[in-house]
Ligand binder design. Structure first.
Ligand code: SF4
Length: 668
């Protein structure tokens, strides 16, 4: 075996980085609906009703099944809820719904053991099945660690045996935010810790000869989530395992942010053929989740028919750790700068300064000044449409090279070429030139002629159905050839509705950003079709009637950069999707908090429905707003309680006071 192959094995997490195919996993039966193997990617979600309310849970389950959920998960926080799963199941079957049910367990082995006798699958969280989290950092000797594992085995084996006896499947579902103190002490808050957390339980199942298992590695940060799933596959391969994967970004929030975060994480993995079932977690009624998951999954039905992409011998990046591709800085693009946002006005004529309001530039005529929003675009592509005023500072205008060459006033204006024209052009900018490249660079050595040219920013385009992989292949080539010019990732979409544009572009751009690629992002959209044409019963629209295409795309691009944690332009919300444990109206409360804090750029606020799991799953939030009893909220600063059990009616004010005390408040 040569060194390159050995390195490849060390980094392997999917079949191929250039030819799409589903990663083959073992088939697992959940009731009558198998998962993994050659089965389609299954869709699932979780109820938000009180599990003790049989009728409400049954009716919500039916709405979810009708929206496309193939499995429905229901929380069973104690033995009483576990018992009531029987009534729920009976009522569903009586009404003719055979959708397999999954009991969601945290902390309560006795509820798990009872549920496993009733429903088709049990989900356990290895971070809290046996351990109570105390946020303690203990140093374990190898012997103590081994003793801990024995303790887990003792508590966990009874459940495994019941599952085996009853033909019940199990998900070992790790959450980034709720790793046990033991795992945290040894591996830290890392993707490796997440993987080891599941493997400890998985090895016990294997010893017991139980293989009806599904695995998940959820995190609210799509980057962490992607790395953890990749590492899990890599470790499974090395241990000869192939369990199916349940994909999800946890606490993704709702609305556009929730969809964009989910698509960046889930979509990135789907692009590489990983994932056997999807749950999109939104802080919305659960029936709105399935259409998002279905849209994500359907995109891969014909994917293997894509145009060929030149194979690679070795992956030049570490897929389990984030490393930004090193680039030279050209006119504040690349280097240490945040990724730049390009607005495409090539099919919109600009009449006055007002036309730039849609991309964050507001002109005040009286003072003759421009005001920039936090989400102001950095670059505007105009094609052959002349800007009828000086381009404002903070914005760079790009024109097609032949048009640019004919301009008299070149203030803040730069040309865009294709590679061949760039090489033969007799007039270029001394400061900044944009050069489009595509997969032709594999067969043509022209790219080496502009290698590290201190004026050339590359625009990477693709027409391939497997476009993300083709663009990633171009980045690999640039790395291999040590070309450090900054790169703007450009994607074209035609005849697309906004709900699909949002998911597809979050996947296509998000997947590259998560791997450290891209110094800028650009979307070209021809014919953004009305959502009505693609509307399903539970497809939500986020477009206001008055919004222009440019405004919609600008917001989308900033949101994608925020989801990939590449450019923070607003408050970050980590909101749990709610479940039967939730102690307040999560959707309403999240909206209320959002209204008052959405101008706090970079502050991370977690809104969690219960104190049992909430604090553990708030990930890296700066503040936590957590339900701790009926009409009681407990506030956290990072992982520490700062106000305990305050009445709900004062809680948002108290949260704001806390942010003020920390000097992080600014007036809206
Ligand atoms: S944090 Fe939210 S979703 Fe998680 S168990 Fe508590 S209420 Fe349910």
């Amino acid at each position: 075996m040569n060194t390159a192959i050995k390195i490849e094995n060390l980094k392997k997490y999917c079949n191929s980085l250039t030819q799409y195919s589903r990663y083959k996993t073992r088939e697992v039966y959940i009731g009558d609906i198998p998962l993994g193997g050659k089965n389609p990617i299954r869709i699932q979600s979780m109820t938000t009703t009180d599990t003790m309310n049989t009728l409400a849970t049954v009716e919500q389950t039916i709405r979810m099944a009708e929206a496309g959920c193939e499995y429905v998960r229901i929380t069973a926080p104690s033995i009483n809820e576990a018992k009531n799963l029987e009534n729920i199941k009976k009522e569903l079957r009586k009404r003719g719904y055979n959708v397999p049910l999954i009991a969601d367990i945290h902390f309560t082995p006795n509820a798990a053991e009872l549920s496993a006798r009733i429903v088709e699958k049990v989900r356990i969280n290895p971070g809290n099945y046996v351990d109570k989290k105390k946020f303690e950092l203990i140093e374990y000797t190898d012997q103590e660690y081994q003793e801990e594992l024995e303790r887990i085995r003792e508590k966990f084996v009874p459940l495994v045996r019941i599952c085996k006896e009853y033909g019940t499947a199990m998900r070992i579902g790790t959450n980034h935010g709720s790793l046990s103190d033991r795992i945290m002490s040894r591996y830290g808050d890392t993707p490796l810790g997440m993987v080891e957390s599941a493997l400890e339980f998985l090895r016990i199942c294997e010893d017991e000869g139980f293989h009806n298992i599904v695995l998940s590695m959820k995190a609210s940060n799509p980057q962490v989530m992607v790395q953890a799933y990749r590492l899990l596959v890599n470790k499974m391969e090395s241990e000869g395992m192939n369990y199916p994967l349940h994909l999800g970004v946890t606490e993704a929030g709702g609305g556009e942010d929730g969809r964009i975060k989910s698509a960046s994480g889930i979509g990135t993995l789907l692009e590489d053929g990983l994932g056997d079932t999807i749950r999109v977690s939104l802080t919305e009624d659960p029936e709105f989740e399935a259409p998002v998951a279905i849209s994500l999954a359907n995109r891969y039905k014909e994917r293997e028919k894509h145009q060929p992409i030149k194979p690679i011998e070795e992956n030049p990046i570490d897929p389990f750790n984030y490393n930004k591709r090193k680039t030279i800085e050209i006119s504040r693009i690349g280097g240490a700068n945040v990724p730049r946002v390009v607005a495409d006005y090539s099919d919109r004529k600009i009449h006055s300064q007002k036309d730039l309001t849609d991309i964050g530039f507001t002109y005040d005529e009286d003072s003759d000044k421009w005001y920039l929003a936090d989400t102001a675009a950095d670059i505007i592509y105009l094609g052959k449409n002349l800007l009828p005023f000086d381009c404002p500072n903070g914005l760079k205008a790009i024109y097609d090279f032949d048009f640019w060459q004919s301009l008299d006033n070149l203030y803040n204006s730069y040309p865009i070429f294709d590679l061949d024209n760039y090489l033969i052009a007799n007039k270029k900018s001394d400061e900044l030139n944009f050069v489009t490249i595509n997969s032709d660079i594999f067969s043509n050595d022209s790219i080496t002629k502009i290698k590290n040219d201190k004026t050339a920013v590359l625009i990477v385009e693709t027409e391939n159905l497997h476009g993300m992989a083709e663009q990633r292949r171009i980045f690999f080539e640039l790395l291999n050839q040590e070309i450090q010019n900054p790169v703007i990732i450009k994607r074209d979409y035609r005849n697309i509705s906004f709900d699909k544009l949002q998911l597809y572009s979050s996947t296509d751009l998000g997947a590259l950003l998560i791997d450290g690629f891209g110094d800028g992002v650009w979307l070209k959209v021809d014919n953004l079709i009305s959502e009505k044409e693609s509307e399903g019963l539970y497809v939500k629209s986020f477009i206001r009637k008055t919004e222009t295409k440019e405004q919609i795309i600008n917001r989308l691009l900033f949101n994608i950069l925020q989801a990939a944690r590449q450019r923070i332009s607003k408050t970050e919300y980590i909101a749990c999707p709610s479940c039967g444990r939730t102690l307040f109206d999560l959707q309403e409360t999240t909206e209320m908090i959002r209204k008052r804090t959405e101008h706090l750029k970079g502050v991370k606020i977690a809104i969690m429905g219960c104190i049992v799991n909430g604090p553990g799953e708030m990930a890296d939030a700066d503040y936590g707003y957590v339900g701790s009893g009926i009409d009681k909220i407990t506030l956290y600063r990072e992982k520490n309680i700062v106000r305990r059990n305050i009445p709900t009616k004062n809680a948002v004010d108290e949260l704001i006071n806390l942010i003020k005390e920390d000097g992080k408040w600014v007036e809206p």
